[in-house]
Write a protein of this length. Structure first.
Lengths: 485, 486
């Protein structure tokens, strides 16, 4: 088989995106759903192509090697971005009815074209981010992702919540970008490099006096990335944005955007962990971030009565567990822990959102109470959501458990006691708020006039596959871990 | 392949069939009986031979050396028979629920599958996660079909056990990573070899994490408060399975892992375990006496009896450890019988309050007789297997102080434990009198005697207890080769 050039993947995604945008402009009468279908098929093709990339190819040979890397980690997250974009597009088709109500348009469904094509550009940005090994490249690809999200979050422009979410995301996103760029300039000022590998080579030669300046720069970069991955105390935009954004976009934000943030964080942290003095400080920062994120995310989630908001806080909580793995970077399984955790997180979050969107469309509410008696109103939806919630809580025989197992293995290996103690308490909290939703579905009866809920066939198939994957990877995680080798 | 995989899969498959719409009770019972027959076959095939048998292993996660590995030795075998036997009796004695039959039987089968999986796993990781399989079914069973303040009970037991399991997980990880690199393993047989060569570093914090992790699951004082509340609220078969089988998971873990690997630390920190188990026996014993309802009293009594088993573990010798294992088996059967009968009383009279009951033996003589037998078994009357276990524990624990002029801590606690038997007698006999003897405080018109299916289930349990009580060698000859301590 001819090896595929990794750059062609992103090029294809962008080309498909531009083609669809053009088609939207020149053939306004076309059925809008067909854009989503075309996008899904195109991305599936790219996904297939991506398995043809040779990750073992020598790095220096490629002309773009100074800023772009197609190693196993990058390829995994490219596929991750592709899969989540495909799932988001499927979700968006289901969600079209709600979006239509909130956009002014002369003809039914006329304004939906961009809703289906913009995720493709975000996807391309995420894929570049996965490969970025240069601060400039990191910044540019991050901006591409964020720009697409600015539009998507505020897409339902007659809905006040969506607009509010858009404004919040725009202002805080810009702020975090400012932090990131400022941090990058400090690092550049000290090392006169933007390439991560060059930076890590120069750091040991720096005079000790330059370390505070470098640490300042790194801290600013951490703040910037902290916004993207929703780590406390930079999480305050999360609940409102997640709640106001169209639900498929919320899922996209909480899975793909977070995952890409973590790849970058992993690469950045590795870069600076070359000198013990800096490494201890950096890890101390990460430990503090992880503790704050775990405590805040889990405690705030306890009191939620809205399912979408619950998922927002749970997204913060899971960022905390991922930070535990990053803080244990010295352990050999830390990288695998992050990757597996994110893969499991993708599966369970999307299942939850597929069910949420059906409930939201058919009952008009995202409150947890809207799920009352779901076990009787739609046994299938209740069952797959049960699996997803148990996995989010970290129950054995689910991918979520293996993820937590790997994360805490890494932490035990690095003897991060404080993280372990906090972890025990927050896991117990997690059981409470996830099981709260289980209780509503299985214990409580719906109002007598509540109608049965339906799930379209496509969504049934997708949730079936995803929840089967949750259980299979919960028993046999090897396939995902193999992808990294 | 190993027949032990079948014994894990049978209940899971039956649960799947039941959810898919197969006749719930019949499918569940068939699977349970088949599983019991399989366990008996394995028991005869293995007998009193040393080492693990019917071993098989499927690699799951290479970096950490995780395998879905199964196998049984004497201890695992006894637990397997206990689990399958109690499962049959619990399903048989189960009253038909009014709604959602499928989910009810499927949940019970999942608890059984989790327990079987934990006892036949020879990989520590799977030993751990199979136990967790029972968590959510318990939550649903108590929450949907429970009685009393069932919601509070369901939350409490689930959060308590989830947190306890997590402490245990950290302990197991600590154990794994404290072993020098290159020798790390999750395999129980390899771990036992490591223990024999003394290659496991005796780290106190790992031992404490393991002790409290397992301890929370076993209701070690002062982490016992979830147990009585959960058992009082749980539907009868769930209480039978949980108190009879699932709680033994923690004790099994202590005897199987902690004692061989951390025996020296158990010894060095024996004062802690002795103190806590004295709490289990004395404090919880007195709390049991003051209970006003039968279900709560039985729940507390099951917490109290854990104290004896802890004593057997703390004493660290062949006699006491074998006794602890025998008592695990015996307690599982007797508490299951008591909860089955307790459920019958509730179904017939609608109350378990001692103040409202009385003189029931006239109306329901068979129920009274069986309850008397089960109560005697539970308080350790000679002739029942409970007595065999307790006497071995007492002798073993007392022997720790031989040659000393003054009593040492082991002997003091043993004396307390023997008084514990008296406490047991007090609350059991008082309960018996309050429920079955004396003047009827109300009319029992229309109250029928014990239902035939419950009668048979309880009889099976009592007969096994009597046989093992008269011929304890049946158990000890199988158990002794599997017991190891440094």
């Amino acid at each position: 088989m001819i090896p595929v050039n990794p750059l062609s993947l992103e090029t294809c995604v962008v080309a498909i995106g531009i083609l669809l945008l053009m088609a939207e402009a020149f053939f306004p009468k076309m059925e809008k759903r067909s854009f989503a279908t075309a996008g899904i098929l195109g991305l599936l093709l790219v996904l297939v192509l991506s398995f043809g990339v040779d990750t073992k190819a020598p790095v220096s040979a490629a002309p773009y090697a100074s800023f772009y890397r197609a190693d196993a980690l990058a390829m995994f997250f490219k596929q991750f971005a592709l899969v989540s974009t495909i799932l988001v597009l499927v979700l968006s088709m289901e969600y079209a009815r709600t979006v239509e109500r909130f956009i002014p348009s002369a003809r039914k469904g006329a304004g939906l074209g961009e809703f289906y094509t913009l995720p493709l550009f975000a996807c391309a940005g995420l894929m570049w981010m996965a490969s970025a090994v240069d601060f400039v490249m990191i910044f540019v690809s991050l901006e591409l992702v964020t720009l697409a999200f600015y539009v998507l979050v505020a897409y339902m422009r007659k809905n006040l919540l969506s607009l509010e979410a858009g404004v919040k995301y725009l202002i805080l996103g810009a702020l975090s970008t400012g932090f990131l760029v400022y941090g990058i300039t400090w690092v550049f000022g000290v090392t006169s490099q933007t390439n991560l590998e060059n930076i890590s080579q120069i750091i040991p030669q720096l005079p000790v006096g330059a370390q505070p300046a470098l640490m300042f720069g790194v801290a600013l970069v951490l703040v910037g990335l902290g916004f993207k991955i929703a780590a406390a105390p930079f999480q305050f935009w999360v609940p409102d944005v997640y709640q106001g954004a169209p639900s498929p976009i919320t899922a996209f934000l909480s899975v793909a955007s977070k995952a890409a943030g973590f790849v970058v964080l992993m690469r950045v942290v590795q870069t600076f962990c070359v000198v013990p003095a800096i490494q201890t400080k950096l890890i101390a920062c990460l430990v503090v971030l992880a503790v704050v994120t775990l405590v805040f995310g889990n405690l705030a989630a306890l009191a939620q009565t809205d399912f979408k908001r619950l998922m927002a806080y749970s997204s913060v909580a899971h960022a905390g567990y991922l930070l535990v793995a990053i803080a244990s970077i010295g352990s050999a399984i830390s990288g695998q822990a992050v990757v597996f955790y994110l893969a499991g997180y993708l599966l369970m979050t999307f299942v939850a959102f597929y069910v949420l969107i059906q409930v939201e469309q058919q009952t008009g509410s995202t409150k947890i109470d809207a799920f009352k008696g779901l076990a009787k109103r739609s046994p299938w939806m209740a069952f797959v959501l049960l699996i997803a919630l148990l996995s989010l809580a970290g129950l054995p025989f689910t991918a979520g458990f293996i993820g937590k197992f790997l994360v805490f293995s890494a932490a035990v290996q690095q003897q991060h006691w404080i993280l372990l103690v906090v972890g025990v308490l927050t896991v117990a909290c997690g059981f409470y708020y996830y099981l709260k939703a289980v209780r509503v579905m299985y214990w409580q009866d719906a109002a007598p006039d509540a109608a049965a809920l339906q799930m379209p066939l496509l969504a049934k198939v997708v949730t079936g596959v995803l929840s089967a994957a949750i259980v299979i990877f919960g028993i046999y995680p090897q396939p995902i871990l193999q992808l990294l080798r | 392949m190993s027949p032990l995989y079948v014994s894990i899969l049978l209940p899971v498959l039956a649960a799947a069939f039941v959810i898919a719409g197969a006749p719930a009770r019949r499918t569940a019972l068939t699977a349970a009986v088949m599983n019991l027959l399989l366990a008996i076959y394995v028991a005869f095939a293995v007998g009193a031979r040393e080492g693990y048998h019917f071993t098989y292993s499927l690699p799951v996660f290479l970096e950490l050396g995780l395998n879905l590995a199964v196998g049984v030795d004497g201890l695992g075998l006894v637990m397997l028979v206990l689990t399958t036997l109690v499962t049959v009796c619990a399903l048989w004695a189960a009253p038909e629920p009014e709604n959602r039959k499928g989910l009810y039987y499927a949940s019970l089968l999942f608890i059984s599958a989790g327990a079987v999986g934990a006892f036949v796993s020879t990989d520590v990781f799977f030993f751990y996660i199979f136990h967790e399989l029972a968590l959510i079914p318990t939550f649903l069973l108590i929450g949907i079909w429970g009685s009393g303040d069932r919601q509070a009970a369901a939350w409490k037991v689930t959060i308590y056990l989830a947190a306890g399991s997590f402490v245990l997980l950290l302990g197991l990880l600590g154990m794994y990573f404290s072993i020098p690199e290159g020798m790390r393993t999750f395999d129980m047989q390899a771990l036992r070899k490591l223990a024999e060569t003394g290659a496991v570093p005796q780290l106190k914090w790992v031992y404490l994490l393991l002790l409290f992790g397992f301890g929370i699951l076993i209701s070690l004082f002062p982490f016992h408060t979830w147990a009585p509340q959960a058992y009082a609220s749980a539907p009868t078969p769930a209480a039978m399975l949980h108190a009879g089988v699932l709680k033994k998971f923690g004790l099994y873990g202590l005897i199987r892992l902690v004692v061989p690997l951390y025996g020296e630390t158990v010894d060095a920190l024996s004062w802690l375990l002795l103190l806590l188990l004295a709490g289990n026996i004395l404090y919880v014993g007195l709390v049991t006496i003051s209970q006003k309802k039968l279900d709560w009293m039985l729940g507390y009594s099951s917490v109290m009896h854990m104290g004896y088993i802890f004593l057997g573990i703390a004493a660290l010798n062949l006699l006491s450890l074998t006794g602890a294992s025998v008592l695990m088996f015996a307690h599982g059967l007797s508490i299951a019988a008591l909860f089955a009968l307790c459920g019958e009383i509730r179904a017939r009279t609608g109350t378990l309050d001692f103040a409202e009951l009385g003189g029931l033996a006239k109306t329901t003589p068979k129920l009274g007789l069986l309850f008397g037998f089960a109560a005697m078994a539970s308080l350790g009357l000679p002739g029942f297997a409970n007595f065999a276990g307790e006497i071995m524990i007492f002798f073993g624990a007392f022997a720790r102080g031989e040659g000393l002029a003054v009593f040492n801590a082991y002997q003091v606690v043993t004396v307390i434990a023997v008084w514990g038997v008296v406490i047991s007698a007090v609350y059991m006999l008082r309960a018996y009198r309050a429920v079955f003897m004396g003047e009827a405080s109300r009319s029992y018109e229309g109250v029928t005697d014990i239902a035939p299916h419950v009668k048979i289930a309880v009889l099976i349990l009592l007969v096994v207890l009597l046989v093992a009580g008269f011929v304890p060698r049946l158990l000890t000859s199988v158990l002794t080769p599997a017991i190891f301590w440094p």
